[in-house]
Design a protein around this ligand. Structure first.
Ligand code: FES
Length: 107
């Protein structure tokens, strides 16, 4: 399934991210700037913060755990209702075409 990574300037990069892989890895492995993922997905850094596109929020849902919700508060960019930690969004066939927006900086 494809993920569209949209940076803060509006540039959209489409990547194939395998089912079962998370959206943070999809960015980091493909060299997409905008997602850092410093802790490697261990839910301890908040540098994988992203905003789920309005068209996808219902499908993706909110934070997957209390731990994600708490850590999100440490994100350096403004936290919005559609904020997620991208390492906690796992790809499924249902999410083909997912659009996420990346903050200008993760620090
Ligand atoms: Fe560190 Fe997601 S990569 S919390």
């Amino acid at each position: 399934p494809k993920v569209h990574y949209v940076d803060h300037t509006g540039q959209d990069t489409e990547m194939d991210v395998p089912v079962g892989e998370n959206v943070m890895h999809g960015a980091v492995y493909n060299g997409i700037e905008g997602i850092a993922g410093e802790c490697g997905g261990a839910l301890s850094c908040a540098t994988c913060h992203c905003y789920v596109d309005d068209a996808w929020t219902a499908k993706v849902g909110g934070p997957s755990s209390e731990a994600e919700e708490e850590l999100l508060e440490n994100a350096s960019s403004e936290v919005k209702p559609n904020s997620r930690l991208s390492c906690q969004i796992e790809m499924t066939d249902d999410l083909d075409g997912l659009v996420i927006h990346m903050p200008e900086s993760q620090y």
